[in-house]
Design a protein around this ligand. Structure first.
Ligand code: DMJ
Length: 655
């Protein structure tokens, strides 16, 4: 059978008859020229490859080819990851600067899946190369990934240098989900007005923070009017970035994650406690150590835990006293410690020695090192076993003899957070530390009997007591106690619970009155109760307001516990007063006299403005889901310590 298919195109014909292809013995001259031309072209190409292509000239072909690919990667990398993989139109996690968008997030059907896989491989290769070159350390964000998180695309007003660093990390941080800075979601109130109020607080936070970044980055605090740095004696003589450390967990809660990352990286790179610097043990504990713990709990970033452990170690020598009661000041490098001469002839201070329990207990739990917990337990034992005048705890104790100093008692400065920590130690332990709760109940019983007074005008206040003499004066610092009594009243149904709630409401109301009776609607440092002039300051040296949080702390706790809307209204009054009188173009400042509308300003933006004042106000206008009181306690500086049982506890595995 003959083929019926089409003839080959190269078939030649002679007089209509097909000529067999290989019937000739030689090529025609034209065919010879053609073959020669093909061979010549091939030779020229090979010659060019050997002598002109750089990778073939320099080394083995295989290795050079890989180098060449790497070089291309580098060029593409400089141009930015988006050159390789355009950001998907609405992928949440790609909007964050630390997240290099992955192809798998793109909308299905839009792009060829094979192309996407190639891009992933290429991106992985780039990351691998940069890991090898160690041009930039990847942040080590370990721990659990919180499903309740998303990312923020909020841009930050940061200095040019920091912006450059941010962009660099944007290019080079590998696209691992754990690297993303999660945003705690939830917390938006259903009510529009409260959402708007919360947004206002966030805007204030950002205003203060951005100015700190601009004018005092890495220093302790900012002078918002002179736009210079400031440092208080509690920080010693060196810059420890107090505002960065204090403000960090609030930035996190507010979803200001560009700012959070910037602060986190500053701590990782710059915060070193090997300092020949004498600092306050108490302040270093409540601001620095507690913030590191709080940020560790929130993020699982082991950098925070490790820094906390380093700092905890450096504070330990302050406990080396005859009784185990720590001293007030310590040199972080040498470990030399001492007490203030003014404190009842060199005594330790009740609020200071009693305000380490939460931090040191939690530090032991997350590091597996019991030494920290042992130290604070010993302090507790000394205080528990001492006989107390009228059941009250004086503000001073001698660390050598274990005896009380002057019998001055206060729910404000020098006493305050000792009481707060008894209650919170019980809560934080998952209510297992019943000794703490018993000591708190006994102390509150004595305080209610001897120091809580009702004024002629019907205001309840916590008076200072010196031996048997009531001062009829309450310090702003004591305004935290409304919240504390409320927390005690609501967490245990004992016979005192309703009394605690009554005192809680009364004290919070009185602190609000001290604000309301001032022209600026901000409260003075201390206020007195004399007939016809109650809840007002009498001396010039007490009329200042230094951005303190205690009154707002009580508004927040009482709002959560009672849902009485007046607490939110009072908080909003405070927000407006802060805006009107404390806000300046360079941040927020304290005031010299709350009774004068045109008062001089102190030009200090306190670090606790970020840790506490803005945090409490923000949470006041948030839904209860955001930082549930069943899962967290606030330390004395409003840093968050998880309650045992909270999934964010991150306890170290038992050895
Ligand atoms: C904060 O540093 C802490 O709350 C501390 O316990 C006492 N007060 C200041 C803020 O007023």
């Amino acid at each position: 059978m003959t083929s019926t298919g089409p003839l080959p195109t190269y078939q030649r014909f002679v007089n209509g008859v097909p000529v067999p292809l290989f019937s000739r013995r030689s090529f025609r001259p034209r065919e010879k020229y053609l073959i020669l031309l093909v061979f010549l072209t091939f030779g020229v190409v090979c010659f060019g490859a050997f002598f002109f292509l750089p990778d073939f000239r320099n080394g083995t072909a295989g290795g050079a080819a890989v180098n060449s690919v790497y070089r291309v990667y580098q060029h593409m990398q400089k141009a930015g990851p988006e050159l390789l993989i355009p950001a998907p139109p609405h992928a949440d996690d790609s909007s964050h600067p630390n997240s290099i968008p992955l192809a798998r997030h793109a909308e299905p059907g839009r792009q060829d899946i094979h192309v996407l896989e190639d891009k992933e491989k290429l991106q992985a290769k780039i990351n691998e190369e940069y890991q090898q070159q160690k041009t930039l350390e990847k942040p080590d964000i370990g721990g659990e990934y919180n499903p309740q998180v998303q990312t923020s695309s909020a841009s930050s007003l940061i200095s040019a240098a920091n912006r450059r660093r941010d962009e660099q990390s944007l290019e080079t941080v590998p696209p691992a989900p754990a690297v993303r800075m999660p945003l705690v979601v939830g917390g938006e109130d259903k009510d529009l007005v409260n959402r708007q109020r919360r947004d206002k607080v966030k805007e204030m936070m950002k205003h203060g923070w951005d100015n700190y970044v601009r004018y005092a980055w890495g220093k302790n605090e900012l002078r918002p009017i002179s736009k210079k740095s400031h440092s208080a004696s509690i920080f010693g003589a060196t810059n420890m970035g107090a505002t960065i450390v204090d403000g960090l967990d609030t930035l996190y809660l507010m979803g200001l994650h560009d700012e959070f990352k910037q602060g986190r990286d500053w701590i990782a790179e710059n915060l070193d406690f090997d300092l020949n610097n004498e600092v306050s043990v108490f302040e270093t504990n409540i601001r620095f150590l507690a913030s590191l713990l709080s940020n560790y709990a929130l993020t699982g970033d082991v950098m925070f835990r490790d820094k906390a452990a380093q700092l905890g170690e450096r504070l330990l020598p302050s406990f080396d006293t005859e009784t185990g009661i720590p001293r007030s000041l310590i040199n972080l490098r040498t470990g030399a410690s001492r007490n203030y001469a003014w404190a009842s002839s060199g005594c330790s201070i009740l609020s200071e020695i009693g305000t380490m329990h939460l931090e040191f207990s939690y530090l032991s739990d997350i590091t597996g090192n019991p030494i920290f917990k042992d130290k604070v337990r010993k302090v507790r034992r000394v205080l528990r076993d001492l006989s107390k005048p009228k059941g009250l705890y004086p503000n001073y104790i001698n660390p050598k003899t274990g005896r009380w100093g002057q019998h001055h008692m206060s729910l404000g400065g020098l006493g305050d957070s000792f009481y707060e920590y008894l209650l919170k130690a019980w809560l934080q332990s998952g209510r297992e530390d019943t000794e703490a709760r018993e000591m708190w109940d006994e102390a509150m019983d004595a305080i209610i009997k001897h120091m809580i007074v009702k004024s002629k005008g019907g205001l309840i206040y916590a008076s200072d007591l010196k031996y048997d003499r009531l001062e009829h004066k309450m310090g702003h610092l004591a305004c935290f106690s409304g919240g504390m009594f409320g927390l005690g009243g609501k967490t245990l149904e004992n016979e005192a619970a309703s009394k605690y709630m009554e005192v809680a409401a009364g004290l919070t109301n009185t602190c609000h009155e001290s604000y309301d009776r001032a022209a600026t609607k901000l409260g003075p440092e201390a206020f007195h109760f004399i007939e016809n002039n109650e809840a007002r300051s009498l001396k010039n040296g007490e009329k200042y307001y230094i951005l303190r949080p205690e009154t707002f702390e009580s508004y927040f706790i009482m709002w959560r516990l009672t849902k009485d809307p007046k607490y939110r209204e009072w908080g909003w009054e405070a927000v407006q007063a802060l805006e009107r009188h404390c806000r300046v173009p360079g941040g927020f400042t304290g005031l010299s006299n709350v009774y004068l509308l045109d008062t001089p300003k102190d030009d200090v933006q306190q670090s606790y403005l970020f840790a506490e004042t803005f945090k409490y106000l923000y949470l006041l206008f948030s839904d209860d889901d955001l930082i549930s009181l069943d899962e967290w306690v606030f330390n004395s500086e409003a840093h968050l310590i998880p309650i045992r049982g909270n999934p964010m506890y991150r306890r170290a595995p038992e050895l």
